[in-house]
Design a protein around this ligand. Structure first.
Ligand SMILES: [Zn+2]
Length: 245
């Protein structure tokens, strides 16, 4: 039996419940403020922290002094319905943010920044987790297509092998949510896949934060077919170890 860990960037606990989805166990997790940027959970910091059980700040990430006040201004405007996305010097306002798809893509690479993770303790296959795998490159403005890759290939493929842990990451939902696109279908697809896998395997779904109304929320989602006790993202490692005993 394999533990499948589906790492879904931006999956929100409250949205999971709103769509009537979930696994046998569902926890809402807090996220240490040290992992924030602009006052919100920052993806390249949260994932390595989840899989090491300690606060990890990606070494390529540097906070500068204007980010604190900038976050406050941004929140003030967002609350008044003024939302935008910036790409270089271009600003896309409100609904216009969907137009970013038509613009030229840029890439940000978040390479592995940790020596050892909980995944390394087992015979594992790990795909594309920011700061944990070495492969993740965020493509802006379009979210990458990897979501469909593992839906159509990995899940079926790894069903037939004797891995301890298969951990697969997808960024697409976060990309949709940032651009205020309808992401309900993506939520359902993740749980359809989890349900299919759970017939033969243990399944965990974990996010680094939710993404709702175009912004990261302050909580992340943990769902599992096995009992889990974590209430903070740093405690997920211990749940994984217990499930694997
Ligand atoms: Zn994220």
């Amino acid at each position: 039996m394999t533990l499948f860990i589906l790492c879904i960037d931006g999956m929100d606990y409250d949205e999971v419940l709103r769509f009537g989805l979930g696994l046998e166990y569902n926890n809402k997790l807090t996220i240490p403020e040290e992992l924030h940027r602009y006052g919100r959970p920052f993806t390249p910091n949260v994932w390595p922290s989840i899989f090491t059980g300690r606060v990890v700040i990606h070494p390529l990430y540097k906070q500068n002094q204007i980010w604190g006040p900038r976050a406050k201004v941004r929140e003030f405007l967002t609350r008044r319905g003024i939302t935008w996305r910036r790409q270089g010097f271009k600003i896309f306002r409100g609904e216009d943010r969907q137009r970013m798809d038509l613009e030229k893509a840029t890439y940000t690479h978040w390479p592995r920044c940790v020596d050892k993770t909980v995944l390394d303790g087992y015979n594992n296959f790990t795909f594309d987790i920011p700061s944990v795998s070495n492969t993740f490159a965020m493509r802006e403005p379009k979210a990458s297509t990897e979501f469909w890759v593992w839906l159509s290939i990995f899940a079926n493929y790894f069903n037939h092998f004797d891995f301890g842990i298969v951990a697969l990451y997808a960024h697409k939902l976060d990309g949709y949510a940032h651009r205020m696109m309808d992401y309900s279908k993506l939520y359902h697809e993740v749980f359809d896949l989890a349900k299919r896998l759970s017939k033969r395997h243990k399944v965990m779904i974990i996010s680094d934060h939710g993404t709702v109304d175009g912004e990261h929320t302050l909580f992340s989602y943990l769902g599992c077919t096995e009992p889990v006790h974590a209430t903070n993202v740093l405690e997920v490692k211990r749940d994984i170890e217990r499930i694997m005993e």
